[in-house]
Design a protein around this ligand. Structure first.
Ligand code: BES
Ligand code: ZN
Length: 383
């Protein structure tokens, strides 16, 4: 067994028999599960752990299940002789394995470019740019190509999308692969994709009998593929659980909901479902606090959102903030439903959505929890 995994299980055993867990315990236990992509085993392991934490604190938990379509690249490449060049399936591409010769298409892959060569039954290679990916793919298909490779001629990594389904295996490769893709060379194009329904599950925690809360503390528990998501967003999930710990035996517990959203990285799926399917809760909320990327200090702790709440956060907790609605996280559907929101974050760190997202500082999470609690108390005072 991997030493980290053994460590995680030990952690679970120890927590079962001892006092309440801490922020440090949460991080140590959940991070080794691996990237918490919606629908994956680590995502479910993390949810089970968090549910146990809420229950140990005397909260009731409820699962909110939803599905949506998603396109996944399971690992695509181009085999040239004994070499394998890593590629990324264009979203919407057909899966398949094609062995054929390379035809280099002059230009960006317009219909005229394809007329200049005979690509029938072969693998077309075009450069990125000038026209859209879907135009390149449809032009290749019309010219009878059996597959398409788009060479990324820019340094930045690419997650290309066709925007529709095209009946052709198609992928992108980095510019470093360009030289290996010579015209006439035989290659095996391997496009391995899954195009299906994903199951997302939000965790909703509250004290038994609470149906009309004043405040909702939320954060997303899912992460993107290949990124352990320590900062994005184990940090925010742990902040939500820790707030639940801190208020468990105070009057605030009876006024609060705690939600760990799933499917955020696939387009705020979980928070949209929650807002749509919980009209009583939505109708009673005076505030929604969202926590996303608060475990690394890319910038000092910052809040954005509704004017009065931002002002309270500045006064009560000395946080810098500005009264504007920012996109990109789970407060958005709540703000769109007219609920005053606060979005707590510490900016984009260097490892955002990367395999290097392995660090979250418990001190920064604790400081965020402190600030959020001061702000919540001020916001709900006399109301
Ligand atoms: N954690 C980010 C949002 C974020 C960015 C928080 C910067 C704090 C600072 C989130 O998971 C994300 O990646 N959002 C996407 C959009 C979403 C709808 C998929 C984004 O911002 O591009
Ligand atoms: Zn995030």
């Amino acid at each position: 067994m991997h030493p980290w995994k053994r460590c995680a299980w030990l952690g679970v055993l120890m927590l079962a028999s001892s006092a309440l867990a801490t922020i440090e315990d949460d991080l140590r236990t959940v991070l080794p599960f691996g990237p918490r992509v919606t629908g994956s085993a680590p995502n479910e392991q993390a949810r089970t752990y968090f549910e146990a934490q809420f229950r140990a604190l005397g909260y009731t938990t409820r699962r909110e299940v939803f599905t949506y379509p998603r396109f996944d690249d399971l690992g695509s490449d181009v085999g040239v002789g004994a070499e394998s060049l890593a590629g990324r399936a264009l979203q919407g591409s057909t899966g398949g394995e094609v062995t054929a010769r390379i035809v280099r298409i002059p230009g960006a892959g317009t219909p005229e470019d394809f007329k200049a060569v005979n690509v029938r039954g072969q693998v077309a290679v075009v450069q990125r740019g000038q026209i859209s990916f879907v135009q390149k793919a449809n032009n290749a298909l019309a010219a009878g190509a059996a597959g398409l490779i788009v060479v990324n001629n820019e340094a930045t990594a690419l997650q290309g999308q066709l925007g529709e389904r095209v009946a052709l295996p198609a992928l992108t490769v980095p510019s470093t692969a360009d030289a290996a893709l010579r015209g006439g060379q035989q290659v095996t194009l391997g496009v391995r994709v899954r195009d299906g329904e994903v199951r997302g599950v939000n965790v909703v925690a509250f004290k038994s009998g609470v149906t009309r809360p004043d405040i909702l503390f939320g954060g997303h528990m899912d992460s993107v593929a290949l990124a352990p998501g320590a900062n994005d967003n184990l940090s925010g999930s742990v902040a939500v659980v820790d707030i639940a710990r801190r208020v468990a035996n105070t009057p605030l517990a009876a006024r609060s909901y705690f939600v760990l959203f799933d499917g955020e990285e696939d387009g705020l799926r979980g928070s949209r479902v929650f807002v749509k399917d919980n009209p009583a809760v939505i109708g009673s909320l005076k505030a929604m606090f969202n926590f996303d990327m608060i475990g690394v200090n890319a910038t000092p702790l910052n809040v954005t959102g509704e004017g009065r709440l931002v002002q309270l956060a500045q006064q009560a907790a000395q946080i810098s903030g500005s009264p504007r609605q920012e996109g990109g996280s789970d407060q958005v559907p709540f703000a769109q439903a007219g609920i005053p929101t606060l979005f707590f974050h510490r900016g984009l760190d260097a490892n955002y959505h990367q395999p290097g997202d392995t660090l979250a500082d418990p001190r920064l999470i604790r400081a965020t929890v402190d600030a959020a609690l001061k702000t919540a108390e001020a916001a709900l005072l006399n109301s």
